[in-house]
Write a protein that binds this ligand. Structure first.
Ligand SMILES: [Zn+2]
Length: 366
């Protein structure tokens, strides 16, 4: 992996101003979704809708009542998934398997709009809470599993950080340039430290940063591998789910790194090993892939080419957009739209499908 550019310094901004800005941003997105939903219902700007879209989800589970919930955007309820699928069908979109999309884009028929559903990371709740909803609607779906999570070899830093901050009044981290201690008694301070961790955990020194976080968690009596075990499907779950006629299981790397930040041997290893593991567990040859984090900083031209070279035929980013014919030329860089836990209203589905919100400079990002 590439070495860190300098010492890793955390500067959380827990000011009232920073919090207000975050709230304002959320309100602007909700406002944009409301406006787009109305425009979509009125049939305005129909040309923006393209050929359909790929949805991205993570957790599907009952709502939790927690004041500090930094990963709330990654979690939707089974009821919302149910309402969203019903709404998509009512809007005339046809549910398809992910692998049908290249053909859809070549055909380019805007009167036959489609949607595919994907779920990242391989959470147990996909099996428990999402599968019954997909069964009820007869909708196929793809789960992208991280093989090192399934094998309990790697940890989910965002889940570790959430638990650590929830139970702590202060957090001490050693990111290689001495210990730094943070007061996190207030929820605003917890949220600010979580936000400050994000670029480190997905940056050039991501391995060092995650190791430091795991050390801090263990010092507070938490077990990061235990959290992985609690949240992620076992090999047996993966095998069983892969045998379901609606489910497709596909790889999402070994350790969930920001791939654009690792050297080439690691990049190739992350792809090939996760493909191999999944084939061993399911007996099925993987053909699709999801880039961890999936934004421009995490997946670019080198990563798109590496996926093509590895023999996989399709890969998804987290760049929000509707599907268009032009993407037929770049099947390893397909856009996806988040069914976001912060905006769980069925009328927002109209907005997402309309293609209108993506003009707001990708505000609906994961
Ligand atoms: Zn992921």
């Amino acid at each position: 992996m590439r070495s860190a550019a300098g010492p890793l310094i955390l500067r959380p901004k827990a000011s009232a101003y920073a919090m207000a800005r975050q709230e304002l941003r959320r309100a602007v997105i909700a406002g944009g979704l409301e406006t787009a939903a109305v425009a979509a219902r009125l049939g305005l700007f129909q040309g923006a809708a393209g050929l359909g879209l790929i949805f991205m989800l993570h957790h599907v589970r009952p709502a939790s009542e927690t004041a500090f919930d930094p990963n709330a955007l990654l979690s939707v309820t089974p009821e919302y998934l149910d309402a969203a699928l019903a709404r998509l069908k009512a809007l005339g979109l046809r549910a398809v398997d992910l692998t049908e999309l290249p053909e859809t884009m070549c055909r380019g028929d805007p009167s036959d709009r489609v949607f595919a559903v994907t779920l990242d990371d391989g959470y147990r709740n996909n099996f428990e809470h999402a599968l019954p909803v997909f069964e009820q609607h007869g909708v196929p779906f793809t789960v992208f599993t991280t093989s090192g999570f399934v094998e309990r070899r790697f940890t989910l830093w965002w889940e570790t950080a959430e638990r650590l901050l929830r139970v702590s009044d202060n957090v001490t981290l050693d990111l290689g340039s001495g210990t730094q201690r943070f007061d996190v008694r207030r929820n605003a301070q917890k949220a600010a430290l979580f936000q400050a961790l994000l670029p480190l955990m997905t940056g050039p020194a991501q391995d060092v940063a995650i190791k430091a976080l795991n050390l801090a968690a263990r010092a507070s009596g938490l077990d990061p591998i235990g959290i992985t075990d609690e949240l992620i499907m076992t090999e047996d779950d993966v095998r069983k789910l892969s045998q379901h006629p609606l489910a497709r299981l596909e790889p999402h790397t070994v350790s969930h790194p920001s791939l654009a930040q690792v050297d080439r041997p690691r990049l190739i290893g992350e792809i090939n090993e996760s493909v191999e593991r999944l084939r061993a567990w399911t007996g099925h040859q993987p053909s699709c892939f999801a880039y961890p984090y999936g934004d421009r900083r995490a997946a670019g031209r080198r990563e798109f080419a590496a996926i093509q070279d590895s023999g996989l035929s399709l890969a998804v980013t987290t760049q929000p957009a509707v599907l268009q014919s032009k993407y037929a030329a770049s099947p390893t860089a397909l856009p996806r739209v988040s069914l976001n836990g912060l905006f769980q209203k069925s009328r927002y589905v109209d907005a997402l499908v309309s293609g209108l919100p993506y003009g707001f400079a990708g505000l609906i990002r994961k």
